[in-house]
Design a protein around this ligand. Structure first.
Ligand code: ADP
Length: 434
């Protein structure tokens, strides 16, 4: 035992040295591994993960996992943010973010189109330096954002107004979200609606006033039978005018509300031609005594069995409107010629040429507007409502065709319904007119 402890005692410095060397070596190795891990931690995320073991290995592994999870989350949030921004970019409404000082932080392209703000260049610009119109400045300074303010858009021109509704929505700590909407079409539709109501009221008020006046006269005075007859005739004329107006209004509203005509309906050309010819002749004989109007109807025999695909009542009403206009606006002794023909350009046409007064060029583009008349009294006296050509135009649009108008002052007028030839059934070929 004493010999053994004597030997251990003697070996102790060597063992101590060995342990110290081992500890030093371990410390150097550990410091080296630690440094590698620290270098990796300070490096960019793309650097490869250092291979190490033990405690450093565990730390590296955990940090790597955390980095990977946070990278994934970051990519996901970036993706979400870019999807979100892309959705806002695609919005038909303008979106703009303002910071606490009213400077632009972000805006989508729609704002650029609406208000002419440059999304990149104008970032960090004070919005009121860019939108200097008095309406917007007043809106912004009043700080009552419970309603929109309407201002002129970037492309606003006197001939083509562009109206933008702008609204601010405060949020967060003094920031604001600004939304913009193009309401030009809405305002135009509203103006058209107001005009339409005013026109209809005006059209109805005149005959109604006349009828009410006659009724009052007949109630208060004892009239001779002849006079009574005359008054009743006049009242009948005015009530017929109101009836025509209401009928045309109903036709228009039906045209606007009904689906496009399909292929399952058609009208026989010959029967429609004969019926409308009969009506036109009757109208002409009622309106004009001697000298009578000369009416010519040219319908090729090749079309006898042909049908036109479309809504029969609409096509017939369009054609009879053109014939009745030709008869009504051509003076006594004049000539009205109606023709059915192919125009050689893929259209089948029903056209009517008259020797009437003709129409000045400035009126031509507006003829199909509702209630637009060149000569109001002539139109009303002959039973016109001012809606005929707008009905015709609507019918033609619904049938994929067009209404063609050619006229010169003093040279008569030519009105033509042009249907795509593909709408004809039962004919191998419609020869172009000579
Ligand atoms: P109206 O019921 O007044 O005839 P329309 O819409 O049919 O309404 O026609 C609009 C206007 O176009 C008419 O008021 C008239 O001034 C003009 N017009 C239409 N057809 C002719 C024609 N054949 N000749 C001359 N003017 C015409």
């Amino acid at each position: 035992m004493g010999a053994l402890s004597g030997a251990s005692w003697r070996e102790w410095p060597g063992a101590f040295l060995g342990v110290t060397l081992f500890a030093f070596f371990w410390w150097v190795l550990d410091a080296w591994r630690g440094r590698r891990v620290m270098n990796w931690l300070q490096s960019s995320a793309q650097e490869p993960v250092p291979h190490t073991w033990g405690l450093w290995g565990e730390v590296t592994d955990r940090v790597w996992r955390m980095r990977r999870d946070s990278d994934r989350k970051m990519t996901l949030s970036e993706q979400r943010l870019s999807d979100f921004l892309a959705a806002i970019q695609a919005s038909p409404n303008g979106v703009l973010l303002l910071d606490q000082e009213g400077k632009i932080e972000w805006a989508n392209q729609t704002v650029a189109q609406h208000l002419g703000i440059d999304v990149m260049r104008d970032q960090q610009q004070v919005l009121t330096n860019l939108l200097r119109g008095p309406e917007f400045l007043k809106y912004q300074s009043q700080a009552d954002f419970s309603h929109d303010v309407v201002i002129a858009g970037r492309d606003d021109r006197p001939q083509r107004p562009v109206r933008i509704a702008v609204r601010l929505h405060p949020y967060g700590d003094g920031r604001k979200l600004m939304l913009t909407r193009d309401i030009t079409a809405l305002e135009q539709a509203e103006a058209m609606r107001r005009d339409f109501v005013a026109n209809v009221s005006h059209e109805i008020r005149t005959p109604l006033t006349v009828i009410a006046g006659f009724v009052e006269t007949m109630q208060s005075l004892t009239l001779e039978p002849q006079e009574t007859r005359r008054y009743l005739d006049l009242m009948a004329g005015h009530s017929q005018r109101m009836k025509n107006l209401v009928e045309d209004l109903l036709i228009l509203s039906r045209l606007e509300g009904s689906p496009l005509p399909g292929d399952d309906q058609s009208v026989g050309l010959k029967s429609m031609w004969d019926q409308t010819q009969h009506e036109a002749r009757a109208l002409s004989s009622v309106l004009f005594a001697l000298p009578v109007q000369q009416l010519e109807f040219n319908f090729p025999a090749a079309l006898d069995e042909v049908v036109l695909v479309g809504v029969a009542s609409e096509i017939q009403s369009a054609w009879s409107n053109l014939l009745s206009n030709a008869v009504r606006y051509t003076p006594a002794g004049g000539l009205v010629q109606a023709t059915a023909r192919a125009d050689g350009r893929g259209f089948f046409c029903l056209s009517v040429q008259d020797s009437g007064p003709g129409i000045a060029p400035e009126h031509l583009p507006r003829l199909t507007e509702r209630f637009y008349r060149v000569d109001s009294s002539r139109s009303r006296d002959s039973g016109g409502t001012g809606l005929g050509l707008s009905i015709v135009k609507h019918v033609m649009q619904r049938h994929g065709g067009e209404l063609r108008i050619e006229s010169q002052l003093g040279m008569g007028s030519r009105f033509e319904l042009a249907f795509p030839a593909a709408r004809l059934r039962g004919l191998s070929e419609v020869a172009p007119a000579a």
